[in-house]
Design a protein around this ligand. Sequence first.
Ligand SMILES: Nc1ncnc2c1ncn2[C@@H]1O[C@H](COP(=O)(O)OP(=O)(O)OP(=O)(O)O)[C@@H](O)[C@H]1O
Ligand SMILES: [Mg+2]
Length: 112
Amino acid sequence: MKLIIATIKPFKLEAVREALTSAGATGMMVTEIKGYGAQSGHTEIYRGAEYAVNFVPKVRIELVVADALAETIISTIEATAKTGKIGDGKIFVLNVEEAVRVRTGETGADAI
Ligand SMILES: Nc1ncnc2c1ncn2[C@@H]1O[C@H](COP(=O)(O)OP(=O)(O)OP(=O)(O)O)[C@@H](O)[C@H]1O
Ligand SMILES: [Mg+2]
């Protein structure tokens, strides 16, 4: 299993959610965050030169998926979240040791 963590522009959330559901994602976590990437937020939102770093609102989505589905999920996020402008986000992929569905006690891929 893989944990896919992606930051996206907030206005893209609904389109990304729909595309991921169509692609076979069975669940996800969503968090409103602030962050910055290579531009330190400077060129995305101007708030005056006095600030060393400007945090920019983003949405963080997290999905745990079976290994076989990971590439599809990644490419779906990439295609759906892209505007071509700076700040489109990042996708990180981590290995997942274990998952448990609390209601049934199922584990591993059966739990996702
Ligand atoms: N190296 C990183 N580690 C952790 N989070 C990051 C990293 N880079 C970006 N992020 C997160 O992703 C969000 C979006 O990053 P962003 O798309 O601006 O990356 P970038 O490298 O600056 O690319 P671009 O040049 O397209 O803007 C940031 O606000 C931050 O929350
Ligand atoms: Mg950036």
